[in-house]
Design a protein around this ligand. Structure first.
Ligand code: N2P
Length: 363
């Protein structure tokens, strides 16, 4: 009896087990994804903007997957790009570039295509933010956050109802108390919008005219530093200037004299997306992380902490009422009238950079 049990039932299983082990060792029995997952160490190196990933979400991810997250930060697309280029796309598993930098990095071969079969929550994203020219079919990037660069003003110095245009930055009462961004496309972008042009203009005359305005405005500017904007407004070191919507929300919570304005000529919009650098060593972990962050309850943690806009259409019910109703986080179509998303400008990039350098140098 015992003998027959072994021959009929256990022995075939024993053979099957040996076969699976042999195949697995040879490395061709398992699909590529499972193989990566099995061989990857439990680490994920993220390179992202500062104040852009909530610790609570990172902890939750680690708890759920056992994957330890190392989060390094940058303050601009340019800084991220320079580092990745230097490292030839190695060293990080996730980066979070904006639209036009995704385009540039794809072009430079710094990113690797995503495996969408591993991203089960993609359908939750707003289709109007997908499949754009900077990354057709989102082969390399998945939108994480978006937002507006608009105007903020301190009510003690001007009635916000009178501040509706980018030109208001020039008002004499603000002289020396204006803050601008140190991001070339944010700044030239608003100056182009002010003239009624596209902020993605490739027309040299239009770009030059925008710089003429900026040169005129420069004596009124206290500082070019978008990362410092939140604090500079809260402490009232500056009274008007440009700021990202999420930082504006937080600044207003701290100092209720502040007000955010979507300028009538249109705000400068950005979309920041997850992407996997070419040389990432933990790409299975990276896919897991992207999919984790696409879950509405996790995407909600990001909005709750940083107050930017989310591309995830299912987040709203997870947010407290005051966030659901905020026009800083969920702008209306009217708020965004005339606004545009920053895109690549091809050869004209050199014109932007040249004029930007001379603006900063004061020539
Ligand atoms: C937040 C970074 C916002 C990114 N610190 C704007 N593209």
């Amino acid at each position: 009896m015992k003998h027959r049990l072994f021959r009929d039932r256990l022995f075939p299983r024993f053979l099957a087990a040996i076969a699976v082990t042999l195949f697995a060792c040879a490395g061709f029995a398992l699909p590529a994804a499972a193989k990566d997952a099995a061989s990857e160490e439990k680490v994920l190196n993220i390179f992202c903007w500062s104040e852009y990933l909530p610790q609570e979400a990172l902890d939750k991810f680690t708890e759920e997957t056992g994957i330890k997250v190392v989060y390094s930060t940058y303050e601009s697309n340019e800084a991220m790009y320079a580092k990745l280029k230097l490292l030839d796309g190695k060293g990080y598993d996730i980066v979070v570039p904006s639209t036009y930098f995704i385009e540039q990095m794809r072009h430079d071969g710094l990113l690797q295509p995503l495996d969408k079969t591993r991203l089960t929550n993609l359908a939750k994203l707003d289709p109007t933010l997908l499949n754009q020219e900077y990354d057709p079919d989102n082969a390399y990037s998945i939108p994480y956050m978006w937002g507006a660069t608009g105007l903020m003003v301190n009510k003690k110095f001007a009635d916000p109802a009178t501040v509706a245009s980018w030109s208001d930055l020039m008002r004499p009462e603000f002289k020396g108390r204006v803050i601008l961004s140190d991001d070339v496309r944010d700044v030239v972008g608003f100056a182009l919008k002010r003239d009624g042009h596209s902020m993605n203009s490739r027309n040299e005359a239009e770009i030059k005219k925008a710089f003429d305005f900026l040169n005129e405005l420069k004596p009124a500017v206290r500082v070019f530093d978008v990362t410092a904007a939140k604090q500079a407004f809260i402490s009232e070191e500056v009274v008007i200037g440009i700021i990202w919507n999420g930082d504006a929300y937080i600044a207003i919570e701290e100092n209720p004299d502040l007000a955010f304005v979507y300028p009538r000529e249109g705000a400068v919009l950005w979309i920041d997306s997850f992407a996997i650098p070419k040389g990432a060593e933990h790409k299975d972990n990276a896919h897991k992380f992207i999919d984790f962050m696409l879950r509405p309850e996790n995407a909600a943690l990001v909005v709750e902490e940083f107050k930017y806009s989310t591309p995830n259409l299912e987040v709203r019910p997870y947010l407290p009422k005051e966030l659901q109703e905020s026009r800083l986080i969920f702008p209306t179509a009217e708020d965004l009238k005339n606004s545009e998303v920053t895109m690549g400008v091809g050869e004209a990039k050199a014109v932007y950079e040249r004029l930007w350098e001379s603006l900063k140098a004061g020539k």
